[in-house]
Design a protein around this ligand. Structure first.
Ligand SMILES: CC(C)(COP(=O)(O)OP(=O)(O)OC[C@H]1O[C@@H](n2cnc3c(N)ncnc32)[C@H](O)[C@@H]1OP(=O)(O)O)[C@@H](O)C(=O)NCCC(=O)NCCS
Length: 121
């Protein structure tokens, strides 16, 4: 299930975000997590199964109508089990009433694939 990021999960969230190609640099990663803590337009959600946090999806309200998925990452030991796709589906469930949901450039390829897979019979 998706849970909201809290400060006590900072280390695990940073570990997950560091798998994004643009978050390899520690300084950049620290700035990113601070943004999620302080900027009201940014929301980080974590994927929890039992006691384990296995993924992260970060979104930004671009304006009153548009929400962008900026970060999407899954623990390497738990990939290819549908967690990335489930996180996207949950974000749609939470936000699609109010916002058009769009992927950032780095999330786009996976987002389009996840969407196409869902539309298969
Ligand atoms: C991308 C990512 C979040 C997918 O998570 P996941 O839980 O493994 O995703 P799912 O199990 O729902 O889907 C797996 C499928 O997506 C494909 N896939 C993985 N990364 C992809 C990408 N960047 N673009 C397109 N397809 C991708 C896999 O090959 C697999 O395909 P298959 O079903 O045909 O075998 C995960 O690979 C990850 O954390 N990558 C590192 C972070 C990253 O690069 N993020 C930016 C891209 S979102």
């Amino acid at each position: 299930m998706l849970i909201r990021f809290k400060r006590n999960l900072e280390k695990i969230a940073m570990g997950l975000l560091s798998f994004m190609p643009e978050e390899k640099d520690v300084k950049k990663l620290q700035a990113t997590i601070r943004e999620y803590e302080e900027n009201d337009h940014l929301h980080l959600h974590l994927w929890k199964e039992g006691d384990d946090v296995l993924g992260a999806i970060g979104v930004q309200t671009v304006n009153d109508n548009q929400l962008m998925i900026n970060h999407l990452t899954v623990n390497p030991s738990h990939r290819d089990q549908g967690i990335g796709s489930q996180m996207i589906a949950e974000i749609h469930r939470i936000y699609a009433d109010k916002y058009d949901i769009v992927p950032s450039e780095s999330v786009k390829a996976f987002y389009e694939k996840a969407k196409d897979d869902k539309s298969q019979p």
